[in-house]
Design a protein around this ligand. Sequence first.
Ligand code: HPA
Ligand code: ZN
Length: 324
Amino acid sequence: MIELIKKLPKAELHLHIEGSLEPELMFRLAKKNNVEIPYKDIEDVRSAYNFTNLQTFLDIYYAGANVLLTKDDFYDLTWEYILRCVEDNVIHTEIFFDPQTHTERGVPFEAVITGIKKALADAKEKYGITSCIIMCFLRHLSQEEAFETLEQALDYKDDIIGVGLDSSELGNPPSKFKEVFQKAKEEGFKLVAHAGEEADFSYIYEALDLLNINRIDHGVQSIKSPELMQRLKDEQMPLTVCPNSNIELKVFETYKEHNIKELLDYGLNISVNSDDPAYFKGYVNQNFINLYENLPITEDDVITLVKNSFKSAFISDELKETYL
Ligand code: HPA
Ligand code: ZN
């Protein structure tokens, strides 16, 4: 099984590029950019990665992102992730980035997007890896700030395939961003949103009915509503599930309690993704291996999960054909 997992060409649809910042690079950039980080050494960083919920993670994740300042920093960050894709045989990836985390600190939107873009172009040239970029609005900020971010993104419409919604879920429901998602849709962006990660399934209904999203990120709380499960199945709405993330953020107490096998067996369109791999103990293959070691996942399940990720990717039907 582990051989199959490693060998299968995969797509990743839920990956925050800031969440792929490994402690080694964090230290290198902190030193280069003269940014203070609250850690003595790599060991110290790793021991701080002990989360009790989404917010305790986000506090550390945003602090880590402070070391990213220049276009080259974003290039290096993205390139290191690409090397992990090569290792894990990820041949297509759709990367989230959080522009507001950087523009709030005075880093130009342009530095962020051009650094990421250049690394992805090199990934295509050197390894044949294809990719898309999705820009996320931080949901703990206002809709007005999301509108300002969307405005900045219009200059990079050819580089950004879609918009998403991430950060602190509880208390920041999709309905808060209804108008900005409407505008993004009119501008031709694909739409995704984190929903039903920690908050209940009503957030998933809002994401579907008010934001008109094309994919749900996480969505594991849908299991609490039989009616929603039936709808997600009928629509074959993609759910980009991130098992390691759910365990590290205590959405499920233990791996054995994760519901991915139930969601899959019910017939939902589920894929496996790494979310913030530098913080959640592993990249895509490690997520699959953990599933296999803790749940009754079969080889057919693994193949279905991988096919679903290609099926749900924001790529042309022609490219999909070549991958499926
Ligand atoms: N949830 C919400 N926001 C995030 C996450 C997540 O898992 N990772 C990075 N930003
Ligand atoms: Zn996420």
